[in-house]
Design a protein around this ligand. Structure first.
Ligand SMILES: *[C@@H]1O[C@H](CO)[C@@H](O)[C@H](O)[C@H]1NC(C)=O
Ligand SMILES: *[C@@H]1O[C@H](CO)[C@@H](O)[C@H](O)[C@H]1NC(C)=O
Length: 320
């Protein structure tokens, strides 16, 4: 019954505004409470509420579609415009230029017979989900996570590496190297999160002992999802996507794909930890750095072999 009323509300909203103001008020208050939101003043609350209301209808409309492969939700980002993505975007333009793929990067993976699905989480190769809040540098997190996983695969020792060191030394002010992993090699590896806990805004790699090491990095050919599959089977991969769409920010579960997602303008880094297929639809398993309350406990599955959805295979690389 309730569901039907909501559906009615979706259909009728533009004409009658079927959901009453007080019901919407109630939903807003409840959402604020659940997400611990407070605003400095009424103007600020009003602005955020307007965004939230737009997203409220958006989520309702999206989730009522029967042909979508994923669901959205009013998560903690529902009162924000594109702030989060644009912070990352401003940074990444610089970073992706610095770590731009060259043409001489064709890696040949010998004909290893790859399993149809793979998930590094089940091998104990993945550390807990991060929340990039501190400096909003998704690349520092995702690249650091790849170093942690790679180091685990080599040594069987899983350590939480310092994303602050990654930020200070390699992604914010670092050396111009072929990949971010070559930079990690140059600085001797990553120290633990505990030994290099926060950013100094300049590289202090000598202040601690590196524990997670790599010999360098390898780029993948732009758009080659088959090569990326092989690479993911070797070790988790650093990938960049267009994370700027509302559908991405308010993603809840399922296989994400959006026809408006760009495959050339990427602005957000993820760690690709596996792949699989569901009902004939292939996907990548990706770890985000927006905390546990985003997506599927911090993860998103993104459509695979759908013409490089969201640019997932546009700027990927992995440690060697
Ligand atoms: C899904 O359905 C919506 C209408 O509910 C339509 O606008 C959209 O084009 C459809 N998408 C696909 C992929 O079929
Ligand atoms: C820190 O980085 C510098 C510059 O690449 C390097 O020479 C040095 O060995 C690194 N320090 C440690 C402790 O590895």
């Amino acid at each position: 019954m309730h569901r039907q009323r909501i559906l009615f509300a979706i259909l009728g909203i533009h004409i009658t505004g079927a959901l009453s103001d007080s019901e919407l008020d109630g939903a807003w208050q409840k959402w604020m409470g659940l997400n611990g939101k407070t605003y400095p003043n009424r103007v600020s609350e009003f602005t955020h509420r307007q965004t939230w209301e737009r997203n409220y209808w958006r989520v309702l409309e999206h989730n009522s579609r029967h042909n979508s492969t994923f669901r959205m939700e009013l998560n903690f980002l529902a009162d924000q415009t594109f702030e989060r993505a644009s912070i990352a975007s401003a940074k990444l333009t610089e970073d992706t230029l610095r770590f731009q793929p060259e043409s001489d990067i064709a890696v040949s993976f010998n004909d290893i017979l790859l399993p149809d699905s793979w998930d590094w989480r089940t091998k104990g190769a993945v550390t807990p989900v991060n929340e990039q809040g501190q400096f909003g540098d998704s690349q520092a997190y995702a690249a650091g996570e790849c170093v942690e996983s790679f180091s685990f695969i080599k040594t069987r020792d899983l350590v939480v590496g310092s994303s602050a060191e990654m930020h200070d030394c390699c992604t914010a002010t670092g050396f111009a190297t072929k990949t971010v992993f070559d930079c990690v090699h140059n600085i001797g590896g990553l120290c633990t999160d505990r030994d290099y806990p926060s950013s100094y805004e300049q590289c202090y790699n000598d202040s601690c002992t590196p524990v997670a090491k790599v010999s360098g990095g390898q780029k993948l050919q732009t758009g080659d999802e088959e090569a990326m599959k092989s690479a993911v089977y070797l070790t988790p991969v650093l990938a960049f996507v267009d994370g700027s769409l509302t559908s991405f920010q308010l993603y809840k579960e399922g296989i994400y794909s959006d026809p408006y997602c760009s495959s050339s303008t990427v602005n957000h880094a993820l760690q690709v930890v596996g792949y699989g297929s569901l009902n004939g639809m292939d996907y990548w398993i990706c770890r985000n750095s927006w905390g546990l309350y985003w997506g599927m406990n911090g993860y998103i599955t993104i459509a695979r072999n759908r013409r490089n959805m969201c640019g997932i295979a546009s700027f990927s690389s992995y440690p060697v």
